[in-house]
Design a protein around this ligand. Sequence first.
Ligand SMILES: [Zn+2]
Length: 438
Amino acid sequence: MGQRIAVTGVTLIDGTGRDPVERAVVVVEASTIVAVGLESEIRLDRDAHVLDGSGATLMPGIIDGHCHLGGASHPDEDRWVLEDDRFQSMASVAQAQALVRHGVTSVRDISVNGPHLRTAIARGLIEGPSIVPCWRGLSRTGGHGDASGVPADLVRTSHPWGFVADGPEQLRSGVREIIKQGSHCIKVWASGGGLHENESEDVQHYSFDELRAVVAEATCAKLPVAAHCECASAARDAVRAGVWSIEHGEDLDEETIALMASRGVSMNPTLVLLTQWLDQSSTFGGPYGPPYIPGVERLPDDPREIRRLHHSHLSRNLLAARDAGVRIGVGSDSFCSELTPYGVQTLNEVMALVGAGMTEMEALVAATRSGAEILRISEVTGTIESGKRADLLVLRANPLEDISRLAAANMALIMKGGELIKDELPRARPQPLPQATV
Ligand SMILES: [Zn+2]
């Protein structure tokens, strides 16, 4: 038996959605949680390493179900292809480290670096979250994972997260290549994403038959499919084709929401980035096309009114999915260090769920248990329970009282797989108590 670490006196939010428990203790041995209970019920070993969490709140590490550790610096599709690949692979190490230092202990990554980062992190060579790698995602020619201003050959060798394929046959072999590269999930851009005028968000990019081919091939390898869908028809066809999760999904009709709920298809909304995207639009002086707000044909002139419409649409769409029983996760969509800072963006996305109308507890469950279910790692992590991996945070103030407390500066302890990433809790001695020894 190795040395145990016990965090005592905490308010426990276990990630399941159950009410918090006061004066709880969590005991960790090596990489695993070995006991969870009330302070009055758990007697600690004499040599246990005891951290005093009195007044603090303990919760599972955050799970980000959608990010791109491609090492890109800038929010420009040509520049992220032109940047040197080796520089980007080094930059991706810093991006991974930033995530875990903000309490993000697991991610699903869509980038060429993911499988290698996963190995390097698992071997302890570098610091970062556990990674569910997707490697590159499938984009049609001229789609969101292509780049319009650089030669096609360069896109093929150097796009940090896009793999161009058209038609069912190319998609089938694309899925096989992606699996060969170490992917645990297949990402597909079923609609455009607004990088330029020829790939706007309201256009479906893969047909139902193409999406079916992707799902069929992924299913042969027992892998789920995550589909980027920004327009209603793409989401509807993706769900009908059998995908596992809808990414962004800001334009879901009633039929699609009902189908998602009945088939257990999850949704990773993207509130913060879509707001940043709006601000990057030509209307606001940015490089991208006019703002896209599903269902709004003619935009008002007043920028404040555009922002209000956008926020109310995103919120309504998300809450309709939640109300129907669709599992909601957290996806930062961090894709470049400049616009979407890693870790910060993830925490802001959790806060934005509350801003959209979810409760604090719902947002925390989305960021923990639901995230683990979407990543298919819920047997390992996502909740604070005996036998689970020790991925946990201790916060100086309770995020259920104010979600803005879910900030890195408020984290007194970050533990990932039993490893202390940050440790600012005071030491205490084991308290001899009469109850059973764990
Ligand atoms: Zn993305």
